[in-house]
Design a protein around this ligand. Structure first.
Ligand code: NDP
Length: 275
């Protein structure tokens, strides 16, 4: 029987993860079986228990399960411990379950390796203070940016995150109304606004000359935030497809001990959505 892997989430039918992991397996000659399974939050623990009891090797967990997966893991990577969210579970040789969060390293690799964007000493603004922001902060701060500001509609959520991560670097929170006098080299949209084609209230001149915009969300057409970045003359205005593939590659490497090449997979998925 092939080694079993799955992505759990709710909803899950839109997930590109089975396709991405089958492309990785083909490329690296690994024999794996990877499926998507619709698992609502209330069914997560039983479904994960059943999966691992049946010799399942690894799970990806997406909305709304990342915090539950964090609680489920017996051991946590540094990134997962800090973010309180897990997107990858791996069964180790001793039977224990390791929880990791590969979202942040996936974003950093897409920015720095695929798009050659320097994060050291840059001024970064993150829109949103949900699970995705928690997942990306540790790897972003490890790149030594000048500072990171977090803006959120519900201010106290941004304040809580700043309090929890302040030991890792220069971090502050603000309101959307404060943004008029500020400027950033990189603006990351970690809100879910793009999923309903909405845009948070952003002033003109927020993006520095030659700055970059990055939307964690991805769609078959440019998101509202990617379109906004273009109106602000961003050097690049990108969506999160590259991050999606990179975070998957990190999970694959954790499970299989071999890191697939992401470039060909990103190119293929980009060609498919443009077709
Ligand atoms: P959460 O539900 O945890 O958080 C959503 C955040 O968006 C909150 O801060 C919320 O503000 C804010 N928000 C929602 N709508 C608006 C709006 N109209 N205007 C301003 N702010 C808004 O979501 P996640 O953090 O899990 O996910 C965020 C995004 O990141 C999603 O689009 C998701 O698809 C994407 N993502 C992409 C990944 C990838 O691999 N490319 C990986 C992980 C996530 P408030 O607190 O005030 O409600």
């Amino acid at each position: 029987m092939l080694d079993q892997y799955a992505v759990f989430g709710h909803p899950i039918s839109h997930s590109k993860s089975p396709r991405i992991h089958s492309l990785f397996a083909e490329q690296t000659g690994q024999q794996i079986h990877y499926v998507a399974q619709d698992v609502p939050a209330g069914a997560f623990k039983a479904a994960a228990d059943t999966f691992f009891a049946a010799d399942g090797k690894g799970l990806n967990c997406t909305v709304p399960l990342k915090e539950l997966a964090w609680q489920y893991a017996g051991q946590l990577s540094v990134s997962a411990r800090k973010s309180k969210a897990v997107n990858t579970l791996a069964r180790l040789a001793d039977g224990s379950i390791l929880g990791d969060n590969t979202d942040g390293i996936g974003l950093v690799r897409d920015l720095t390796i695929n798009h050659n964007i320097t994060l050291a000493n840059s001024r970064i603004l993150i829109l949103g203070a949900g699970g995705a922001t928690r997942g990306i902060l540790h790897p972003l701060l490890a790149q030594n940016p000048a500072h990171i500001s977090i803006v959120n509609r519900t201010r106290h959520k941004a304040d809580t995150i700043v309090h929890e991560f302040a030991d890792l670097g220069s971090l502050n929170s603000c309101d959307y109304a404060d943004l008029t006098s500020l400027q950033f080299d990189l603006i990351i949209n970690a809100t879910s606004a793009s999923l309903s084609d909405e845009l948070p209230p952003l002033p003109d001149a927020l993006l520095a000359a030659n700055g970059y915009c990055y939307d964690l969300a991805y769609a078959n057409k440019p998101t509202a935030f990617v379109r906004w970045g273009k109106t602000q003359h961003a050097r690049k205005s990108l969506d999160g497809l590259g991050m999606l593939v990179e975070q998957a590659a990190e999970a694959f490497a954790l499970w299989r001990g071999i890191r697939p090449e992401t470039g060909p997979v990103i190119d293929l998925l980009n060609r498919e959505r443009e077709a």
